[in-house]
Write a protein that binds this ligand. Structure first.
Ligand SMILES: Cc1cc2nc3c(=O)[nH]c(=O)nc-3n(C[C@H](O)[C@H](O)[C@H](O)COP(=O)(O)OP(=O)(O)OC[C@H]3O[C@@H](n4cnc5c(N)ncnc54)[C@H](O)[C@@H]3O)c2cc1C
Length: 482
């Protein structure tokens, strides 16, 4: 009985939140009834009053279609024909490290406003040094329009690519933020369920064929998986690391932006001021309660078309699927060191939120541009001790500009370089390292491994997915600052 009441209570509460969420959308749309109508909702075709953030019909935030509906543009000419070249900082990607400010040759053209790099358009000459220096790819230089120029896979309003049956959702499709990833994953799985009713005879009569294989278990893959589960599709979620690996690798206790979002089989999730640990706990609980099938530790290395089906090859097994949802994020597959302790929370493959490492003892591993730029960015943080470990005896294939800056940082005592060195083990508060054949133990709070990896777009191109250049209008999540 108690169980029954709890269940009723849960559904009532969830229903209430969803109703409120839709009302909020409707309210912003409703208030606009006197306004002119904009283009219809890409998902349900209901008329959406211009300026409305939500569709009054289905409640979906219209912002998620921004990249999809932006026109394809010709690749930019080197001389910037079409307007003055200016830097553009994406507010949703900038991690506030100030590396770009140090890289910019024009005094005052780039400054920090809190955690955001800000461009003064009157001073910016579009050199592009900031683009090369930014460790997270948050800056582009374009020809003066109020748009952010991005390279993205070609997708339609259901997030299906030019390869029929293959969908791309989340950050891989070009939009940042957890709420967008969750919404897109849900829409793609809904579409799969619509075009592929459960129970339809399988073309090869093979029982092991799933309706949909989902690659990646970040917010986008998780949401696609939950929607597939809810709609009784046969599915599998394949994850190269552990559940929600990108979020797991945020800095410890990172607070998330305040965003309400509705998760399939769960209801509204408010992640306002929640820490990443809380969010992961919620997701783990959802996976446990729903029995979502996530095959962790399986990296998808190849996908091939086989008639009307797809064969997905992981490093452990082969899967056959009728549809594929790619929710792999944009970070690709970083190369690993393969040493004991690499799985510790203190090890990162991306540099994020550099200011979180102020006053810490950090080691950056690698000898290329990304390692050097990361080391320089970290050295800009107040009181951070930076060691760069590289197995070669000098930096190789690094831009001259970076070599000069690195040498200046070493001369100023901001960075120390350990050439001919190799990490052997990572422990909670030290690293064990060979330096020119001598085993040494160094105190350490964080390790950043920057030794390359496979970019996700190489994977997409192999599959025949078209990558296009788009000018995405500057909206809430991206900003031409200054
Ligand atoms: C430091 C930091 C802070 C952020 N803070 C916020 C915030 O406060 N609020 C917010 O809304 N957003 C924030 N973001 C952005 C947010 O994390 C992303 O937009 C979101 O995670 C994108 O979700 P996704 O599912 O598309 O990709 P991801 O979360 O990147 O997930 C992709 C998954 O696919 C897996 N994968 C990749 N390749 C393969 C393969 N070949 N085979 C199998 N699995 C594979 C990866 O291991 C990963 O688990 C932040 C990002 C960072 C880096």
């Amino acid at each position: 009985m108690q169980m029954f009441l709890t269940t009723i209570g849960f559904f009532a509460l969830t229903g209430f939140f969803i109703w409120r969420h839709l009302q909020a959308g409707g309210a912003s749309a409703g208030g606009a009834s006197v306004r002119a109508s904009g283009p219809p909702c890409a998902r349900c075709s209901a008329p959406v009053p211009s300026g409305s953030q939500f569709c009054p019909g289905c409640g979906i935030p219209q912002q998620i279609f921004e990249v999809v509906s932006a026109g394809i543009s010709a690749p930019m000419s080197a001389d910037g024909t079409g307007g003055a070249m200016r830097a553009l900082v994406r507010a949703d990607m900038c991690v506030g490290c100030a590396t770009c400010v140090a890289a910019c040759p024009e005094d005052g053209a780039l400054t920090m406003r809190g955690k955001l790099a800000v461009v003064d358009n009157a001073l910016c000459k579009g050199h592009g040094d900031c683009v090369a220096a930014c460790p997270v790819g948050a800056i582009s230089v374009n020809a003066g329009s109020a748009a952010n120029r991005v390279q993205v896979p070609l997708i339609d309003v259901n997030f299906e690519t030019n390869v029929p049956g293959v969908y791309i959702v989340g950050e891989l499709g070009g939009r940042g933020l957890i709420k967008n990833a969750i919404n897109e994953g849900k829409i793609a799985a809904e579409h799969v369920a619509r075009v592929l009713p459960p129970g339809e005879p399988r073309s090869d009569g093979d029982d092991t064929t799933v309706d949909v294989a989902i690659v990646g278990s970040g917010p986008a893959g998780l949401s696609a998986g939950l929607e597939a589960h809810r709609r009784h599709l046969r599915y599998v979620v394949l994850e190269q690391g552990t559940l929600a690996d990108t979020v797991r690798k945020y800095p410890r206790h990172k607070l998330l932006l305040a965003e309400p979002v509705s998760i399939p089989l769960y209801g509204d999730l408010w992640i306002a001021d929640a820490s990443k640990e809380t969010l992961l706990e919620v997701w783990q609980t959802i996976v446990a309660n729903t029995g979502l099938d996530v095959q962790a530790g399986q990296k998808v290395v190849n996908i091939q078309r086989d008639g009307s089906l797809f064969r997905l090859q992981t490093d452990k097994a082969t899967y056959t699927a009728r549809r594929v949802v790619l929710a792999m994020g944009r970070r690709g597959t970083p190369r690993k060191l393969g040493v004991a302790g690499e799985e510790l929370d203190k090890v990162f493959y991306d540099i994020v939120e550099m200011e979180a490492f102020a006053g810490r003892r950090v080691m950056v591993v690698g000898g290329g541009d990304s390692a050097v730029e990361s080391a320089l960015g970290l050295a800009n943080q107040q009181g951070t001790e930076v060691l760069l470990s590289y197995r070669g005896d000098a930096l190789s294939r690094v831009k001259d500009r970076n070599v000069e800056k690195f040498e200046r940082a070493i001369a100023a005592g901001k960075v120390k370089a350990l050439f001919k060195s190799q990490i052997r083990e990572i422990r909670e508060d030290v690293v064990v390292i060979d330096i020119d054949g001598d085993k040494t133990i160094l105190p350490n709070d964080h390790v950043f491994v920057r030794i390359g990896g496979e970019a996700p777009y190489a994977f997409l191109e192999r599959l025949g997915i078209e990558i296009v250049t788009k000018d995405v209008p500057i909206g809430g999540d991206s900003a031409r600052a200054g």
